[in-house]
Design a binder for this molecule. Structure first.
Ligand SMILES: NC(=O)c1ccc[n+]([C@@H]2O[C@H](COP(=O)([O-])OP(=O)(O)OC[C@H]3O[C@@H](n4cnc5c(N)ncnc54)[C@H](OP(=O)(O)O)[C@@H]3O)[C@@H](O)[C@H]2O)c1
Length: 277
């Protein structure tokens, strides 16, 4: 049996098993099974060893271990290296590799599923948690200006520091500004919620976006996909802004992980989209 896992803590909410088991059935990988496992930080080394010893074929890593897993790995792909965030593990030859499929997943959701051209835009990112570096990464070489705010300001400052290194390597000037939590920059083209506020039904960010009233060019993107429509998106829709939730990002990152493990490029069709509803 080829075993795949998603590891995290908590893990009960994860919908990764539904998606991957659906594809395993669809592509007749009858000897494969994908499960979720709640783990502690002390378990990370032994999970990586299970991949090394081929007891586990592939792993997805979720909150809060996307960074903590890195010291146990032999190699990182480019996105994982830049963002210091790993969400997919696989043995390649004799090495355990860490990949970041959140970054290409988010990029693809914007380029394929929204009609937004991200070049030369002003971006406002709320949050500086584990996933935010993966979101920030795709704007570094194309944005005009990026504003970041987080309840714990030091984490936003750390993200800026990491991204400034990439910007310098790209030969770009420093385009990131950290904003105090509760404050807003000028009206931006894309506003992204990467905080977990909204995961619990009814939760709201305490920010007034009245200056976006009737702005049908601005995109409000919430990377949360369950619930489908957070208050952040509900309010944006009422104001007349474009909206998008995290469903397609989630599916694209899963598709890329599935391809890394199996060499099969699974289809994102209505059937698999419905599994997240
Ligand atoms: N669509 C997808 O494929 C996808 C992929 C990954 C993650 N996600 C979603 O993205 C969200 C964040 O994930 P993560 O891995 O970055 O989580 P995380 O590392 O736990 O970070 C949580 C973030 O939310 C902020 N936050 C939490 N409670 C808050 C509150 N009451 N007020 C203000 N800010 C608050 C935290 O601020 P502090 O730093 O101040 O604590 C931090 O910025 C989750 O909802 C997750 O489901 C979606």
């Amino acid at each position: 049996m080829k075993k795949y896992l998603v590891i995290g803590n908590p893990i009960g909410h994860s919908l990764s098993p539904s998606i991957h088991n659906h594809w395993m059935k669809k592509y007749r990988l009858i000897d494969s099974i994908y499960e979720k496992r709640k783990v502690e930080k002390e378990d990370l080394g032994s999970i990586v060893n299970e991949i090394r010893n081929e007891k586990i074929k592939g792993v997805n890593v979720t909150v809060p271990f996307k960074k903590e897993i890195i010291p146990f790995l032999d190699c990182l792909d480019g996105a994982a290296e830049c963002t210091h965030s790993v969400n997919t593990l696989c043995k390649v030859n004799n090495e355990v590799w860490g990949y970041n499929t959140d970054t290409p997943g988010f990029r693809t959701s914007l380029t394929k599923d929204s009609s937004i051209d991200v070049r030369n835009k002003n971006i406002f990112i709320l949050g500086a948690g584990g996933v935010t570096s993966s979101i920030l990464e795709i704007f570094l070489d194309v944005a005009n200006k990026i504003y970041i705010t987080n309840r714990t300001k030091e984490k936003a400052q750390e993200l800026k520091k990491l991204a400034d290194i990439s910007l310098t390597l790209m030969g770009r000037k420093k385009i990131i500004e950290v904003i105090n939590w509760g404050e807003k920059p000028q009206v931006c083209d894309i506003v992204i919620n990467t905080t977990s506020v909204g995961l619990a039904k009814g939760e709201s960010l305490d920010l007034d976006f009245k200056d976006y009233e009737n702005n049908n060019n601005a995109l409000f993107y919430d990377i949360i996909y369950n619930p489908k429509e957070t208050n952040f998106l509900k309010d944006a829709k009422l104001r007349g802004n474009k909206t998008m939730n995290g469903k397609m990002m989630f599916l694209w990152q899963a598709k890329i992980a599935f391809h890394i493990w199996t060499n099969i490029c699974p289809e994102i069709d209505d059937e698999v989209i419905k599994l997240l509803d």
